[in-house]
Design a protein around this ligand. Structure first.
Ligand SMILES: [Zn+2]
Length: 200
């Protein structure tokens, strides 16, 4: 890259860390930001810092929230007999939008991928098994990970880890596009996959 003034280089380096953004796109962002009013830049910068100041993870399910325990975990109208294991907090929003599920959630924090350092101790596997073991009312664990290669091997691993706890372990029905992330499933397909779940 041609030599840019240092503030531009620094901003490009920051944006290039975002998923799906390379140096070229990062530079486009920076040129755009240089054109907008200073006030808009401040609003944007503040909204980013506020994430670090106000967002934390739920003590129970590990989704993002502003309180120690999230809205779903605090909602006593939710079914406590089932817990749905997802990769990331965004998957909760996707499943909630189907309206096909009224139970609890557990955010794993990714899927197993030892080459990238995603080992069982990095994911919240121990937290999951502890939670299921300690909660007598929990009868079913639904594995709702993406049907990718890593997602599949993670579901196999979790099924084995949970097998001794005497609960039903299920996974979403087939019909989700193989190899695709749950993020891109449409509501109807995902809702059907939830209703038609089967033993893992
Ligand atoms: Zn929660």
């Amino acid at each position: 890259m041609r030599r840019f003034p240092e503030p531009i280089q620094n901003a490009v380096a920051s944006f290039a860390r975002l998923p799906g953004v390379g140096p070229k796109t990062a530079l486009r962002f920076v040129y755009y930001l240089l054109k907008i009013p200073r006030h808009d830049l401040e609003v944007m910068a503040r909204s980013i810092i506020t994430l670090a100041d106000r967002i934390r993870t739920c003590e129970n399910c590990f989704t993002y929230c502003e309180t120690p325990v999230c809205d779903i975990c605090r909602d006593n109208r939710r079914d406590t007999s089932m817990v749905c294991v997802v990769e990331e907090p965004r998957d909760i929003a996707t499943i909630e939008s189907t309206g096909a599920y009224r139970g609890q959630y557990h955010v794993l924090g990714g899927v197993l991928n030892p080459i990238d350092g995603m080992t069982p101790d990095v994911l919240r596997v121990r937290e999951l098994t502890e939670r299921v073991r300690n909660d007598e009312s929990m009868r079913e664990v639904i594995l709702a990970l993406s049907p990718t290669m890593q997602g599949e091997s993670t579901m196999m691993y979790l099924t084995k880890q949970l097998s001794s706890l005497g609960r039903r372990v299920t996974r979403l029905a087939r019909g989700l596009p193989i190899g695709a992330s749950l993020e891109y499933a449409d509501e109807i397909t995902l809702g059907d996959a939830m209703k038609g779940r089967r033993d893992a």
